[in-house]
Ligand binder design. Structure first.
Ligand SMILES: Cc1cc2nc3c(=O)[nH]c(=O)nc-3n(C[C@H](O)[C@H](O)[C@H](O)COP(=O)(O)O)c2cc1C
Length: 322
């Protein structure tokens, strides 16, 4: 098996999968700022990939080699579709396949998918096995889940650890908690002990509220984790994976230049409305932030109707900032 996970540094830093955020363009921007050791795609629905919606779903899997190592994250309901998609992903150049078993979105959970799988462990195990069969030992298999549905659930964690996954990423909250309470790092040691008992070869990645490289290192060391995953931390610092982030000392111009790069890549990558430009507003908030007049600039930028207009407005702002 081609398993890049075993050669990652310890502890390794992971960019979390984030729907509508961690697509190919943003991943390349993050890699250029301060690279993570491992990245994930946004979650992609296997049932959509095996239906008429395939073309749109495939866009979520687009990537370039600069983004490796990269794991494709899948979710869905039907074991046969997990099998089919896993088999296809092997030839697409991914470094691993991850199953989302933690998404708390109501529409996902009510279909017993994502975080809803925690309530139906037998179904979850069937999905893990179908995916493993599809991969046929050619790529590592991992799961990203939460500590439980309503509360910490050792039976759930034990059941998936007994599947001897190559990696388990654990978001230290319950599904019910969504992201409304601080992550329960106090449970991290217990999950680690369980991993050591049941599946010592499964790499364990902790996730929840980490906002800097130093904090990630500290937590990994404290709880003996193999890796730490950072999601929203990248919204406050695109250099979050740097040992010492330059972000607080960057000039307004330098920050806007990173946004320009993002918009340029977006325009080159997503042609003919393949992706709506609305998510660019989310990114605007990341880069055009923490400097005087940033809010006024954002108002101008967010009123743009196309990526082209956005780039022209950014150029005007750069002139004003010169
Ligand atoms: C906008 C957004 C989209 C997300 N999409 C996904 C996803 O597609 N797959 C997934 O496993 N988790 C997803 N998550 C959850 C994150 O991967 C992560 O587990 C969560 O944000 C907690 O980590 P953090 O505190 O470092 O952000 C998403 C989170 C956010 C904020």
């Amino acid at each position: 098996m081609k398993n890049v996970l075993v050669s990652l540094p310890k502890p390794f830093m992971v960019l979390a999968p984030m729907d509508d955020v961690t697509e190919t363009v943003f991943r390349r921007v993050v890699q250029a700022c301060a690279p993570a050791d491992l990245m994930f795609t946004e979650f992609v629905n296997v049932d959509a990939l095996c239906s008429a919606g395939r073309t749109a779903a495939l866009r979520r899997l687009r990537f370039e080699t600069a983004e490796n190592p990269l794991i494709a994250q899948i979710w869905g309901k039907t074991p046969e579709n997990f099998y089919t998609v896993a088999n296809e992903l092997v030839d697409m150049g991914f470094d691993g396949v991850d199953i989302n078993m933690g998404c708390p979105d109501k529409s996902v959970v009510k279909n017993a998918a994502g975080g809803g799988m925690i309530k139906y462990p037998d179904q979850a195990l069937e999905v893990i096995r179908a995916t493993r069969d599809g991969l046929a030992g050619r790529l590592p298999l991992s799961v990203k889940t939460r500590i439980g549905f309503n509360e910490y659930d050792e039976a759930w964690l034990g059941a998936i650890l007994n599947e001897k996954l190559n990696m388990l990423s654990i978001h230290l909250r319950t599904v019910k908690e969504m992201s409304k309470v601080p992550a329960h790092w106090e449970w991290a040691g217990r999950v680690r002990t369980l991993r050591d008992e049941l599946s010592p070869d499964t790499l364990l990645v902790g996730n929840g509220d980490v906002t800097s490289y130093a904090e990630a290192q500290k937590l990994a060391l404290k709880y003996g984790y193999d890796g730490v995953m950072i999601g929203r931390g990248v919204f406050y610092d695109p250099f979050v994976f740097a040992k010492e982030s330059p972000w607080p000392t960057l000039s307004a111009r330098d920050k806007v230049l990173i946004f320009k790069k993002h918009v340029r890549l977006f325009r080159e990558t997503w042609q003919d409305g393949e992706r709506p430009i609305a998510p660019l507003n989310k990114f605007c908030k990341i880069y055009v932030n923490d400097f005087p007049s940033a809010k006024d600039y954002r108002v101008r930028l967010m009123s743009c109707g196309s990526a082209m207009e956005l780039e022209t407005t950014i150029d005007q702002i750069l002139k004003e900032l010169a």
